[in-house]
Structures are given as structure tokens and as C-alpha cells.
Write a protein that binds this ligand. Structure first.
Ligand SMILES: [Mn+2]
Length: 254
């Protein structure tokens, strides 16, 4: 493939998502070399990820292995999200993925992209996500790393159940509108960016606040395989349709 073609996936929340959503992502990653020339993961790939020095989280194993395999045939980059920012050197050293905790600059041909997950920007103070409250501070993070992984992950499961609150569609739309306004003013103030890409709100968006300059949110993979493709000349919001599952075997005639 000669034309640069960047595939962008955000907010898959693997480990908290339904099994079909993970199966579809694995199928997408297998198909990625035929669909694009590079892949960007835009944060919250996992419901929770923590890089211990010697252990990797079991629930993320299949997707992490698939990304490491993909990174051998095409460039894969990843920005951390509020659920999985504790990747340390695992992604770059073990998986061959270019990793930015908060943001990454990328090029798609002549287009310059700035990719960030989007948390901590338009939230009101005190409403940052529960994962940040748990391991956001370097000291808490260091202490968390000393807990037995079963204990640490069990704690996160229980706290997320207590602290997460379903947002109404109106709340999500209000949040997404705030995110778009922030993105558009960031674009206006930074002429070095052609495309600003953000996830986190789970709301797909594509606007062109100035000619040839774009704000893009690919939406959440978790929501029916939403993703985006950026080339030098085009930006597309897409949905991945997995191959039909094999039909149930019919009962043998009696
Ligand atoms: Mn997020």
C-alpha cells in the first residue's frame, strides 16, 4: 500500500466490554494490514491496564498480543487514556508500539495530526475519572504496583462499580459539544496542527472549523466498532462489520 492511510481506534474498554466487541477488535487487527498503512490507538483500549514490572493483565492479553504482532508489520502507536495510562515501557519495549502517555504527534503524508485521549480537559474540577483518583498520583501508582495483581485489579473492579455513573444522552451530548469547542479553539491557536484527534466522549465527530483543518473523534469501538480512517486528502468515520459468525450446527435428525 503506497498511500498513507491511518486507522484510528478509541475507547474499546477491553476487559469491561462484551466478548463480541473484543472478538470484533481482534478480527479488525487481523485485517488492519489490508485496510491501512498504520494504526493509532487513541486511549481507553482497556477498561483498566496497569504495567507491573513482571506481570501483564490477563484480561488484556489477547489484544496486547495481537497489537504486538501487528506492530511487526505496520507502525502502531498508542496514546494512554484515563483507564489505561499506566503503560510505562511495556508498549514501547515489549510490544513495539510507539506510546505517548498523554499525546502523540503523527504525520499522514503531509498532514500533521495531534492525538490525545481527551480526559482532564473539559471536566469540571473534582469530576475526574475514578481511575485517576486511584492511581493518578505517582505515589498512589507506586503503592498500587506493590499490591498483588489479583488484589489490585479486584479493588479496581469493586471501586469502578461504586464510582461509575451512567450518563444520559443529553449529558454525553453536552460533554461532546464542550470537547468540540475546546478542540476547535486549540486548532485555531496552533497552526502546526492540521487534524486534532480526540476520543474519550464516545461521540463520533468530524468538523472543519477552518479550511483544511479538522477536529476528529472516531467514536468508541465499544459502540458497534466505530473507527476512523485518515489519508492525506480524506477523513472518514467508519463502522467495522465482523464476518458473520458460523451458523449454529443444526440438530441431527432423529
Ligand atoms: Mn476515557
Amino acid at each position: 500500500m503506497t498511500e498513507p492511510r491511518l486507522l484510528i481506534v478509541a475507547d474499546a474498554h477491553i476487559g469491561g466490554a462484551p466478548a463480541e466487541s473484543e472478538a470484533a477488535l481482534l478480527e479488525f487487527l487481523d485485517a488492519a494490514p489490508g485496510m491501512g498503512s498504520a494504526l493509532l490507538i487513541l486511549g481507553d483500549l482497556f477498561e483498566f491496564w496497569f504495567a507491573y514490572s513482571r506481570v501483564i493483565p490477563r484480561r488484556g492479553f489477547r489484544v496486547a498480543a495481537s497489537l504486538a504482532k501487528l506492530a511487526r508489520v505496520m507502525p502502531v502507536s498508542m496514546v494512554g487514556g484515563n483507564h489505561d495510562r499506566w503503560g510505562k515501557a511495556f508498549w514501547s519495549e515489549d510490544a513495539g508500539v510507539s506510546y505517548g502517555r498523554r499525546e502523540l504527534e503523527l504525520r499522514v503524508g503531509r498532514r500533521r495530526l495531534l492525538a490525545l485521549h481527551g480526559d482532564g480537559i473539559t471536566e469540571r474540577p473534582g469530576r475526574s475519572s475514578w481511575t485517576h483518583r486511584i492511581v493518578g498520583h505517582p505515589l498512589t501508582s507506586a503503592a498500587f504496583g506493590l499490591l498483588h495483581p489479583n488484589l489490585g485489579f479486584g479493588l479496581v473492579d469493586r471501586l469502578s462499580f461504586l464510582l461509575s455513573r451512567r450518563q444520559s444522552l443529553a449529558e454525553r451530548e453536552r460533554y461532546a459539544a464542550g470537547q468540540r469547542r475546546w478542540a476547535e479553539s486549540r486548532l485555531a491557536g496552533d497552526p502546526a496542527i492540521d487534524v486534532l484527534v480526540m476520543g474519550h466522549s464516545h461521540m463520533p465527530a468530524l468538523t472543519e472549523p477552518a479550511p483544511g483543518r479538522f477536529y476528529l473523534n472516531p467514536g468508541a469501538w465499544l459502540d458497534e466498532g466505530s473507527y476512523a480512517i485518515v489519508t492525506e486528502d480524506t477523513i472518514e468515520l467508519c463502522r467495522f462489520t465482523p464476518a458473520a459468525p458460523p451458523p449454529h450446527p443444526t440438530a441431527a435428525p432423529r
